[in-house]
Design a protein around this ligand. Sequence first.
Ligand code: SAH
Length: 237
Amino acid sequence: MSLAARKIRLIMKLRRSGITNTAVLAAIERVPREAFVPAPFLDQAYEDRTLPIGHGQTLSQPQVVALMTQALEVKPSHRVLEVGTGSGYQAAVLSLLARDVFTVERYAALLEEALQRFAELGLRNIHARVSDGNRGWPGEAPFDRIMLTAAGPDVPPALLGQLATDGIMVLPVGPERGDQDLIRLTRTATGFREEMLAPVRFVPLLAGTVGPDEPDRNDPDDLELGDVAGPGESGLA
Ligand code: SAH
Protein backbone atom coordinates (compact mmCIF):
# COMPACT_ATOMS: atom_id res chain seq x y z
CA MET A 1 0.00 0.00 0.00
CA SER A 2 1.32 3.48 -0.87
CA LEU A 3 2.06 6.05 1.85
CA ALA A 4 -0.81 8.17 0.47
CA ALA A 5 -3.27 5.28 0.85
CA ARG A 6 -1.98 4.54 4.33
CA LYS A 7 -2.42 8.19 5.27
CA ILE A 8 -6.08 8.11 4.17
CA ARG A 9 -6.62 4.94 6.18
CA LEU A 10 -5.10 6.64 9.24
CA ILE A 11 -7.27 9.76 8.86
CA MET A 12 -10.38 7.56 8.67
CA LYS A 13 -9.31 5.72 11.80
CA LEU A 14 -8.82 9.03 13.64
CA ARG A 15 -12.33 10.15 12.61
CA ARG A 16 -13.85 6.92 13.90
CA SER A 17 -11.97 7.35 17.18
CA GLY A 18 -13.66 10.69 17.84
CA ILE A 19 -11.46 13.28 16.14
CA THR A 20 -14.17 15.44 14.57
CA ASN A 21 -12.40 18.79 14.29
CA THR A 22 -11.85 19.21 10.54
CA ALA A 23 -9.03 21.75 10.96
CA VAL A 24 -7.13 19.24 13.13
CA LEU A 25 -7.72 16.40 10.65
CA ALA A 26 -6.64 18.66 7.75
CA ALA A 27 -3.44 19.64 9.58
CA ILE A 28 -2.59 15.98 10.23
CA GLU A 29 -3.28 15.23 6.58
CA ARG A 30 -0.98 18.05 5.42
CA VAL A 31 2.07 17.31 7.59
CA PRO A 32 4.20 14.52 6.05
CA ARG A 33 4.80 12.29 9.10
CA GLU A 34 7.33 10.33 7.01
CA ALA A 35 9.63 13.40 7.19
CA PHE A 36 9.78 13.01 11.00
CA VAL A 37 10.47 9.29 11.39
CA PRO A 38 13.89 7.60 11.20
CA ALA A 39 14.57 5.77 7.91
CA PRO A 40 14.05 2.20 9.22
CA PHE A 41 10.49 3.13 10.22
CA LEU A 42 9.43 4.93 7.03
CA ASP A 43 6.88 2.29 6.04
CA GLN A 44 5.26 2.69 9.48
CA ALA A 45 4.88 6.46 9.22
CA TYR A 46 1.07 6.22 8.90
CA GLU A 47 0.46 3.35 11.28
CA ASP A 48 -1.24 4.42 14.51
CA ARG A 49 1.94 3.65 16.41
CA THR A 50 4.51 5.28 18.66
CA LEU A 51 7.90 5.36 16.88
CA PRO A 52 11.42 5.71 18.35
CA ILE A 53 13.37 8.88 17.43
CA GLY A 54 16.65 8.22 19.29
CA HIS A 55 17.90 9.08 22.80
CA GLY A 56 15.16 6.84 24.19
CA GLN A 57 12.54 9.34 23.01
CA THR A 58 9.44 8.69 20.93
CA LEU A 59 7.21 10.28 18.33
CA SER A 60 3.71 10.00 19.78
CA GLN A 61 1.02 7.75 18.35
CA PRO A 62 -1.08 9.70 15.79
CA GLN A 63 -4.24 9.12 17.80
CA VAL A 64 -2.64 10.82 20.80
CA VAL A 65 -1.31 13.71 18.69
CA ALA A 66 -4.82 14.16 17.28
CA LEU A 67 -6.53 13.91 20.66
CA MET A 68 -4.15 16.41 22.29
CA THR A 69 -4.32 18.83 19.37
CA GLN A 70 -8.11 18.74 19.30
CA ALA A 71 -8.32 19.20 23.08
CA LEU A 72 -6.06 22.26 22.87
CA GLU A 73 -8.69 24.18 20.79
CA VAL A 74 -6.08 26.18 18.89
CA LYS A 75 -7.21 29.31 17.01
CA PRO A 76 -5.33 31.03 14.16
CA SER A 77 -4.47 34.03 16.38
CA HIS A 78 -2.86 31.89 19.08
CA ARG A 79 0.70 31.74 20.39
CA VAL A 80 1.35 28.19 21.51
CA LEU A 81 4.14 26.76 23.70
CA GLU A 82 5.09 23.11 23.27
CA VAL A 83 7.40 21.39 25.77
CA GLY A 84 9.24 18.42 24.24
CA THR A 85 9.97 19.14 20.54
CA GLY A 86 11.30 15.62 19.91
CA SER A 87 11.04 14.95 16.16
CA GLY A 88 9.16 18.22 15.65
CA TYR A 89 6.05 16.48 14.30
CA GLN A 90 3.60 17.80 16.90
CA ALA A 91 5.03 21.32 16.52
CA ALA A 92 4.54 21.07 12.74
CA VAL A 93 0.88 20.07 13.20
CA LEU A 94 0.36 22.97 15.65
CA SER A 95 2.10 25.42 13.29
CA LEU A 96 -0.68 24.94 10.71
CA LEU A 97 -3.33 25.86 13.30
CA ALA A 98 -1.69 28.66 15.32
CA ARG A 99 -0.04 31.99 14.58
CA ASP A 100 3.23 31.07 16.29
CA VAL A 101 4.56 27.93 17.92
CA PHE A 102 7.32 28.14 20.52
CA THR A 103 8.83 24.75 21.25
CA VAL A 104 11.59 23.66 23.64
CA GLU A 105 13.60 20.45 23.77
CA ARG A 106 16.22 19.35 26.32
CA TYR A 107 18.30 17.33 23.81
CA ALA A 108 20.35 19.59 21.52
CA ALA A 109 20.81 16.73 19.02
CA LEU A 110 17.03 16.17 18.65
CA LEU A 111 16.36 19.90 18.32
CA GLU A 112 18.98 20.21 15.57
CA GLU A 113 17.21 17.56 13.48
CA ALA A 114 13.80 19.08 14.12
CA LEU A 115 15.06 22.53 13.01
CA GLN A 116 16.28 21.03 9.72
CA ARG A 117 12.86 19.49 9.12
CA PHE A 118 11.06 22.80 9.83
CA ALA A 119 13.37 24.55 7.33
CA GLU A 120 12.88 21.88 4.65
CA LEU A 121 9.10 22.04 5.03
CA GLY A 122 9.10 25.86 5.04
CA LEU A 123 7.47 26.08 8.48
CA ARG A 124 8.51 29.58 9.43
CA ASN A 125 6.23 30.23 12.39
CA ILE A 126 7.97 27.68 14.64
CA HIS A 127 10.49 29.12 17.11
CA ALA A 128 12.58 26.42 18.78
CA ARG A 129 15.36 26.28 21.31
CA VAL A 130 17.19 23.97 23.69
CA SER A 131 16.02 24.47 27.24
CA ASP A 132 14.43 22.81 30.22
CA GLY A 133 10.71 23.10 29.54
CA ASN A 134 9.94 22.97 33.25
CA ARG A 135 10.82 26.66 33.13
CA GLY A 136 8.66 27.41 30.10
CA TRP A 137 9.82 30.28 27.87
CA PRO A 138 9.60 33.35 30.13
CA GLY A 139 10.62 35.88 27.45
CA GLU A 140 7.67 34.92 25.22
CA ALA A 141 4.97 34.38 27.88
CA PRO A 142 2.04 34.52 28.28
CA PHE A 143 0.84 31.78 25.92
CA ASP A 144 -2.73 31.19 24.76
CA ARG A 145 -2.09 27.47 24.69
CA ILE A 146 0.54 25.16 26.24
CA MET A 147 1.13 21.48 25.40
CA LEU A 148 3.54 19.10 27.13
CA THR A 149 4.55 15.91 25.36
CA ALA A 150 6.48 14.43 28.31
CA ALA A 151 5.01 13.48 31.68
CA GLY A 152 6.03 14.86 35.08
CA PRO A 153 4.60 13.99 38.48
CA ASP A 154 2.85 17.39 38.65
CA VAL A 155 2.10 20.41 36.49
CA PRO A 156 5.30 22.54 36.41
CA PRO A 157 4.43 25.70 38.41
CA ALA A 158 6.27 28.02 35.98
CA LEU A 159 3.97 26.86 33.18
CA LEU A 160 0.85 27.67 35.20
CA GLY A 161 2.21 31.22 35.49
CA GLN A 162 2.86 31.48 31.74
CA LEU A 163 -0.68 30.49 30.68
CA ALA A 164 -2.89 33.43 29.65
CA THR A 165 -6.32 33.94 31.24
CA ASP A 166 -8.80 31.70 29.36
CA GLY A 167 -5.73 29.78 28.23
CA ILE A 168 -5.71 25.98 27.89
CA MET A 169 -2.91 23.56 28.78
CA VAL A 170 -2.95 19.88 27.74
CA LEU A 171 -0.44 17.56 29.39
CA PRO A 172 0.21 14.07 30.68
CA VAL A 173 0.72 13.85 34.45
CA GLY A 174 1.82 10.84 36.45
CA PRO A 175 4.58 8.46 37.53
CA GLU A 176 7.55 7.75 35.29
CA ARG A 177 6.82 4.12 34.48
CA GLY A 178 3.15 3.79 35.32
CA ASP A 179 -0.18 4.89 33.94
CA GLN A 180 -0.53 8.63 33.52
CA ASP A 181 -3.52 10.88 32.99
CA LEU A 182 -3.83 13.16 30.00
CA ILE A 183 -5.41 16.27 31.50
CA ARG A 184 -6.68 19.63 30.27
CA LEU A 185 -6.32 22.72 32.46
CA THR A 186 -8.26 25.87 31.66
CA ARG A 187 -7.20 29.11 33.31
CA THR A 188 -10.25 31.03 34.52
CA ALA A 189 -10.41 34.49 36.12
CA THR A 190 -10.21 32.86 39.54
CA GLY A 191 -8.11 29.72 39.10
CA PHE A 192 -7.77 26.55 37.04
CA ARG A 193 -10.38 24.01 35.93
CA GLU A 194 -9.10 20.46 35.40
CA GLU A 195 -10.54 17.74 33.15
CA MET A 196 -9.29 14.19 32.71
CA LEU A 197 -9.10 13.22 29.02
CA ALA A 198 -7.55 9.76 28.73
CA PRO A 199 -5.13 7.30 30.33
CA VAL A 200 -1.77 7.55 28.53
CA ARG A 201 1.94 6.64 28.68
CA PHE A 202 4.54 9.25 27.86
CA VAL A 203 8.31 9.46 28.28
CA PRO A 204 9.33 11.33 31.45
CA LEU A 205 9.68 15.10 31.74
CA LEU A 206 13.28 15.37 32.96
CA ALA A 207 15.25 18.31 34.37
CA GLY A 208 18.14 20.10 32.68
CA THR A 209 19.43 20.06 29.10
CA VAL A 210 21.79 17.77 27.14
CA GLY A 211 24.43 19.15 24.73
CA PRO A 212 24.99 17.80 21.20
CA ASP A 213 27.55 15.08 22.11
CA GLU A 214 26.77 14.58 25.78
CA PRO A 215 25.27 11.39 27.20
CA ASP A 216 22.28 12.06 29.44
CA ARG A 217 23.32 11.70 33.06
CA ASN A 218 19.73 12.27 34.06
CA ASP A 219 18.31 9.37 32.14
CA PRO A 220 19.48 5.84 33.02
CA ASP A 221 17.94 4.55 29.79
CA ASP A 222 19.68 6.88 27.36
CA LEU A 223 18.93 4.44 24.54
CA GLU A 224 20.29 4.86 21.08
CA LEU A 225 18.26 4.82 17.90
CA GLY A 226 17.06 1.32 17.11
CA ASP A 227 16.14 0.46 20.66
CA VAL A 228 12.41 0.60 20.43
CA ALA A 229 10.76 2.31 23.39
CA GLY A 230 8.34 0.41 25.59
CA PRO A 231 5.10 -0.63 23.86
CA GLY A 232 2.77 2.00 25.24
CA GLU A 233 5.07 5.02 25.47
CA SER A 234 3.60 8.19 24.01
CA GLY A 235 0.48 6.23 23.31
CA LEU A 236 -2.82 5.42 24.91
CA ALA A 237 -2.31 3.27 28.00
N1 SAH B 1 6.34 16.20 20.53
C1 SAH B 1 7.31 15.20 20.15
C2 SAH B 1 7.28 14.02 21.11
C3 SAH B 1 8.60 13.86 21.74
S1 SAH B 1 8.70 12.79 23.15
C4 SAH B 1 7.15 14.78 18.71
O1 SAH B 1 6.18 15.20 18.06
O2 SAH B 1 8.01 14.07 18.19
C5 SAH B 1 8.97 13.98 24.43
C6 SAH B 1 10.17 14.88 24.28
O3 SAH B 1 10.22 15.69 25.47
C7 SAH B 1 11.50 14.18 24.19
O4 SAH B 1 12.17 14.59 23.03
C8 SAH B 1 12.24 14.63 25.45
O5 SAH B 1 13.63 14.79 25.27
C9 SAH B 1 11.56 15.95 25.74
N2 SAH B 1 11.68 16.43 27.12
C10 SAH B 1 11.62 15.72 28.27
N3 SAH B 1 11.75 16.53 29.34
C11 SAH B 1 11.91 17.80 28.84
C12 SAH B 1 12.12 19.07 29.44
N4 SAH B 1 12.20 19.24 30.77
N5 SAH B 1 12.23 20.14 28.63
C13 SAH B 1 12.18 20.01 27.29
N6 SAH B 1 11.99 18.83 26.66
C14 SAH B 1 11.86 17.73 27.42
